[in-house]
Design a protein around this ligand. Structure first.
Ligand SMILES: Cc1cc2nc3c(=O)[nH]c(=O)nc-3n(C[C@H](O)[C@H](O)[C@H](O)COP(=O)(O)OP(=O)(O)OC[C@H]3O[C@@H](n4cnc5c(N)ncnc54)[C@H](O)[C@@H]3O)c2cc1C
Length: 496
């Protein structure tokens, strides 16, 4: 394991130690639900922020800043004295020893627990074609959203340059979004609005309105979980915005300049496009595999772990798994499943502390789903109710305002929304070269970012070595100077 240390800061109070893995919806709501519990909570997460994933596409298309959807977890929990936050990528969970090993830039730490809540979420799935990721980034993290922002706005810049030289611009101005679920629909709608409204007066050699936005999916309708009627409505709205919806079309290859698509009749065709966005498929966090191997709990095809009805693992009532990592009663991978699961786990920990009997099995309360298509247009399902248009959009606005974390973020998000929805602008159009190419550059380093910092202790050791060498050099230099001046003195005497 390399350098490791038992993280004893959490063991000093002698209280029950709850470790939470992840600072997403499950992790954060779980920590907050333990606010009044007589326990020490340690949250270990690989980012220092809590991420509101449903609004990532707005960061990617320049509507919101990353800070508005990713506030620091440390700040959110600063008033909760029984909670502390540790930056770390969890590499191992030892259910026997009841420890969690985590790593940041090569520095390993081991944190012991009495109860564990695992809420490490899910990543992008390329259905076994991970090499697609190089040219078709997914949208799961702030880095992804900023990279996409750079690629989307950058595509218009390239087109402007190419057009000024009289070169072909079609592949620069063709945007392909793969996956017609809520994320793909929202992304396609926003790129279309960018091209048709925001950028229409900004370029001289190209007409941004001539951009093609193509939404591709192997399924036969957009927004499958929303049912046929809302799916058809969403498709019509998208087409009204200028999005080309191509259904029954499976992506079979992706490269730098475009992608290959196979239609249902077996025809294989190519779409020339520099900017591809992958919004299809999820793969549960690989920590699920570690847990499955140690408990025999099954994994499904998406890597989700089968949990007991009380969200614990077989033979390990002290370990809860919540959110996108689990498979239980066909629950969807949505924020409310993670939030309610984490609150349930926290309540169970509190009940056990108080010596109360176990709760009823976990029951998910479906509060509804919605997807925004463009400004003033959305679709929503709440119970049996099916809503479209402005009413659904206003509902979307209200729900997101409630769930964005922190008053200052709500305030600035409203201002940014006013700029984009009432006006035609975007407040967050800044992009940089590092944003676009940083991921590829880091992937070329064998150990990733850890290769860019010295190993723990190596810095001190090399400084010590430098100091010793320098001291020896200085001593030698002083001795030489003394010798010379001594000789000089004697020389002067000799001359006399
Ligand atoms: C683009 C997008 C749009 C979405 N839109 C909606 C929507 O409109 N409505 C909705 O209900 N749901 C939506 N979802 C789904 C929703 O975001 C997830 O269901 C929810 O985030 C799941 O919560 P979670 O706690 O399980 O995981 P997450 O919120 O993903 O949190 C996982 C946490 O674990 C951390 N982590 C991961 N691996 C490690 C590790 N090895 N060590 C330490 N920390 C680790 C991550 O950094 C993160 O903090 C969307 C998802 C995406 C990607």
């Amino acid at each position: 394991m390399g350098m490791s240390a038992l993280d004893d800061a959490s063991t000093t109070t002698g209280r029950h130690r709850v470790v939470i893995i992840g600072s997403g919806f499950g992790g954060l709501f779980g920590a907050k639900a333990l606010r009044r519990a007589d326990v020490d909570v340690t949250m270990v997460a690989r980012t220092t922020h809590h991420l509101f994933q449903p609004l990532l596409y707005q960061v990617a298309t320049g509507i919101l800043s990353q800070g508005e959807i990713a506030p620091p977890t440390r700040e959110i929990l600063s008033g909760q004295s029984n909670a502390r936050v540790i930056l770390g990528d969890v590499t191992d969970i030892d259910l026997e020893a009841r420890t969690v090993s985590h790593n940041v830039l090569g520095r390993q730490t081991v944190t012991p627990y009495d109860s564990l809540i695992v809420a490490a979420g899910a990543g992008q799935s390329y259905f076994g074609n991970d090499h697609f990721a190089e040219f078709a980034p997914g949208m799961k993290t702030i880095d992804d959203a900023l990279e996409l922002r750079g690629r989307i706005f950058g595509a218009f810049e390239w087109a402007e340059l190419a057009a000024a030289k009289g070169d072909d611009v079609d592949h620069h101005l063709t945007f392909v979004v793969v996956g017609a679920g809520p994320t793909g629909v929202e992304m396609a709608g926003q790129i279309a609005e960018l091209a048709h409204r925001t950028l229409k007066r900004d370029f001289r050699s190209i007409n941004s309105r001539s951009a093609r936005v193509i939404l591709v999916d192997a399924a036969s309708q957009v927004l499958p979980p929303f049912g046929a009627r809302l799916g058809a409505k969403a498709q019509k709205e998208l087409e009204g915005l200028g999005v080309e919806v191509q259904l029954g079309a499976m992506v079979t290859d992706v490269d730098e300049r475009g992608l290959e698509v196979k239609d249902r009749d077996g025809t294989v065709r190519r779409i020339e496009s520099m900017t591809k966005i992958w919004a299809a498929g999820v793969q549960a966090n690989p920590l699920g595999r570690t847990l499955s191997e140690q408990t025999g709990a099954p994994l499904d095809r998406a890597g989700r772990i089968g949990v007991n009805p009380d969200l614990t693992l077989p033979g390990h009532p002290e370990v809860f798994v919540v959110g996108d990592m689990i498979t239980l009663d066909n629950l969807p991978g949505v924020a409310q499943v993670a939030i309610q699961g984490a609150k349930y786990a926290a309540k169970e920990i509190r009940s056990r502390q108080a010596g109360k009997p176990p709760q009823e099995p976990f029951h998910y309360f479906d509060k509804g789903s919605m997807a925004i298509i463009s400004r003033f247009r959305a679709v929503a399902m709440v119970g049996k109710l099916r809503l479209t248009g402005v009413i659904a959009w206003l509902m979307w606005l209200a729900v997101h305002l409630v769930y964005i974390t922190g008053f200052k973020n709500r305030l600035t998000a409203v201002l940014h929304w006013a700029v984009s929805f009432l006006g035609r602008g975007r407040s967050e159009r800044t992009t940089t070269e590092q944003q676009i190419f940083g991921r590829a550059a880091l992937q070329r380093l064998e150990g990733g970012a850890a290769d860019l910092v010295s190993r723990p202790g190596a810095y001190d050791a090399s400084r010590e070595l430098l100091e010793t060498t320098r001291r020896a050099e200085l001593e030698a230099q002083a001795a030489e100077e003394a010798r010379l001046s001594d000789e000089g003195r004697r020389g002067v005497h000799a001359d006399r």
